[in-house]
Design a protein around this ligand. Structure first.
Ligand SMILES: Nc1ncnc2c1ncn2[C@@H]1O[C@H](COP(=O)(O)OP(=O)(O)OP(=O)(O)O)[C@@H](O)[C@H]1O
Length: 453
């Protein structure tokens, strides 16, 4: 027995016991893990509880036939390969099966070596797909920065990782730009559904009727302009993760329909009453205050309970300033790579600003500011003159009324400024002293003088 199969798992479906057992023997001999079923219905039940890499099915089965089984498999498990087994008499049907998505067909009684080669091909393709997937997710992960020094955010990542392994519906709350979609993608990338595409829908971007057709799909002629049948996002997210962004903006009538989909795990396309099974993991996000929307009647409480088995609230960036440095470094590196520009100097005022600003637009604003600074940089220098926010920021700091003696203003501003810089470094005195370009002792004296904690 060879051991090159790496646990490759095959489901054999055939109502002819003798042939089923022969296949089972040959494949086990090669080191494949096999399970057997004698009809399509049992095969589908098995697929619900176990994962397989390949299904080998006879075309002629009692009950549902091989093509019906193939269609059922392809509608639910897009990436699961199927090989059809056929006798000489039904090669035509086997060719049809390939049009329906079968990988290939094998003819009963032929040299087993032939189908072992086909299985090896599938195995190789799967391995390449896996490698590709890993590479892709690594590239995607380069786009995220989820390191943190903030205890709340650390806990969020911990919960997200645990939640990723379940199928629970997750609701992510937080101001615009805090990284709700980034976290949703992170959860998807850590889930068993990571091999399939993350499907995102922004409920705010579509008008009421378009949103429903986006989500549910429609049949040809369902409404004026529906010139073709179209699959919706619920169907497209089958086997994967559906991310409903801005769910708080969903119209009430669509909320009722979403609730039904979550409860029944089925949908009907617009203009059809045929029920279609859907299997997706739901992650929703909103920057609305649902605690207000529910009593006001603009968000259904039953839907809220359904979508929020696990709720994660991401704090605004101004409440996790200890992470600013990590974000700044990350976006600087990213922008330099994307824009093919190298930065070696950042003017002190710019850095002081970046570490003290409150970022009402959260991570999105920080990212945009840095990207702009890198675009405008000259000779590798990020300059204060390219940062309009700096002027406003320092002007606000100086906006003091009534007029006071210069020495008092100096003390006041110095004390406020030092406090801001300290806050931005999580009260790390060495780091703050470095940013302020004074010694640790000098900073320590100032802290004592101004009574800063
Ligand atoms: N941790 C992060 N690492 C890298 N980029 C991030 C991170 N968090 C946010 N961003 C960037 O900030 C921007 C906003 O992020 P995202 O869309 O996830 O926020 P959001 O909370 O979903 O915003 P909105 O409520 O407006 O949809 C994106 O460009 C994203 O790439």
């Amino acid at each position: 027995m060879t051991d090159v199969t790496n646990g490759f798992k095959i489901l054999i479906v055939d109502d002819e016991e003798e042939y089923r057992e022969v296949l089972h023997m040959i494949l086990s001999e090669e080191g494949y893990i096999t399970e057997v079923c004698n009809n399509g219905e049992d095969a589908l039940k098995k697929l619900e509880t176990s994962t397989f890499d390949l299904v080998l099915t006879d075309l002629m089965l009692g009950g549902m036939n091989g093509i019906q089984l193939l269609k059922a498999i392809k509608s639910k498990y897009k990436s699961l390969d199927v090989i059809i087994i056929t006798g000489y008499g039904s090669i035509e049907n086997a060719v049809k099966a390939i049009k329906e998505g079968a990988f290939t067909y094998i003819i009963k009684g032929h040299d087993p070596e032939e189908f072992l080669i086909e299985i090896k091909k599938i195995k190789k393709i799967k391995e390449l797909e896996n490698e590709n997937q890993i590479l892709k997710s690594q590239i995607k992960n380069l786009n995220f920065m989820l390191e943190t020094n903030n205890s709340t955010y650390k806990n969020i990542i911990h919960i997200a990782k645990k939640a990723a392994l379940s199928n629970s519906n997750i609701l992510i709350l937080g101001e615009s730009g805090v990284g709700k979609e980034v976290l949703a993608r992170y959860i998807h990338n850590h889930s068993n559904r990571r091999k399939d595409l993350f499907m995102a829908v922004n409920c705010h971007s579509f008008s009421h009727s378009i949103l429903e057709s986006e989500l549910f799909g429609h049949e040809k002629g369902a409404f004026t302009g529906a010139t073709q049948r179209r699959r919706g996002r619920f169907e497209a997210a089958n086997g994967s993760t559906l991310f409903l962004d801005e769910v708080g903006d969903m119209p009430l009538s669509t909320q009722v329909k979403l609730l039904r989909v979550i409860e029944t795990k089925t949908i009907e396309r617009m203009g059809s009453n045929q029920t279609i099974d859907v299997d997706f993991r739901l992650i929703s996000a909103t920057n609305q205050n649902l605690n207000k929307s529910i009593p006001e009647g603009s968000f259904r409480d039953d839907l809220f309970y359904r979508i929020s088995t696990i709720t994660i609230e991401i704090p605004p960036l101004r409440e996790r300033k200890e992470d600013l440095k990590l974000y700044i470094d990350f976006f600087l590196k990213k922008s330099q790579g994307e824009l093919k520009k190298e930065i070696h100097t950042i003017e002190t005022d710019v850095m002081n600003f970046l570490l003290s600003y409150n970022y009402p637009g959260n991570v999105r604003e920080l990212k945009n500011i840095i990207e702009r600074l890198v675009v405008l940089s000259e000779n590798g220098v990020i300059r204060k003159c390219d940062l309009p926010e700096v002027k406003k920021f320092f002007a606000n700091t100086l906006d003091i009324d009534p007029i006071k003696p210069l020495k008092d203003i100096r003390r006041e501003i110095e004390s406020q400024y030092i406090e801001k810089v300290l806050e931005s470094c999580g009260y790390n005195i060495s780091e703050a002293a470095k940013l302020l370009v004074i010694s640790r002792r000098q900073l320590f004296n100032k802290i004592t003088e101004y009574g800063l904690k």
